[in-house]
Design a binder for this molecule. Structure first.
Ligand code: FEO
Length: 162
């Protein structure tokens, strides 16, 4: 059975993972309207992954005797300045999510909830992978410069590790 504190912080994470999904969906839609089908495909896939993360939390909370809450989500931005800025925003957001996952782990430890502390390790590892993959894209952007965006758009799906 989850303690109230762990249930609450897991519910907070449900909102954050769901917002991440919508944020990447909004970015994908914007990229698609700018003719960048490859980058849009990467972002659509990322949005699906984030929805999967939200579902993992929902199921976990319910399995452990808590009640998962599906919240309202803040509207993500509709427009983005450009591709380098968009991926910088993705990295910033992923760092925020990494910190948020650490807080779930810290709450589980404080509550002596070893099961949650163990379960959340999947997300700890996932966040390392997500930050690495977005940093790789940012590195490619700075290597190639603005004119390299065409090639990034063509090849980005090959950078997905899974
Ligand atoms: Fe589910 Fe990318 O954090």
């Amino acid at each position: 059975m989850l303690t109230k504190k762990v249930e609450e912080i897991c519910n907070r994470q449900i909102e954050r993972e769901g917002f991440s999904s919508n944020l990447y969906l909004a970015m994908a839609s914007w990229a698609e309207t700018k003719g960048m089908a490859g980058i849009a495909a990467w972002l659509y896939a990322q949005s699906d992954e984030e929805r999967g993360h939200m579902l993992k939390f929902i199921k976990y909370v319910n399995e452990r005797g808590g009640s998962a809450v599906v919240p309202e989500f803040k509207k993500p931005p509709v427009k983005y300045k450009g591709i380098p800025e968009l991926f910088a925003e993705v990295l910033k957001h992923e760092k925020f999510i990494t910190a948020s996952i650490s807080e779930v782990l810290e709450a589980a430890i404080a509550e002596k909830d070893h099961a949650t502390a163990n379960w959340i390790q999947w997300f700890v590892k996932e966040q390392v992978e997500e930050e690495v993959s977005v940093q790789l894209i940012l590195d490619k952007i700075s290597l190639a410069g603005e004119h390299g965006i065409y090639f990034l758009d063509r090849d980005i799906m090959f950078l997905r590790g899974k």
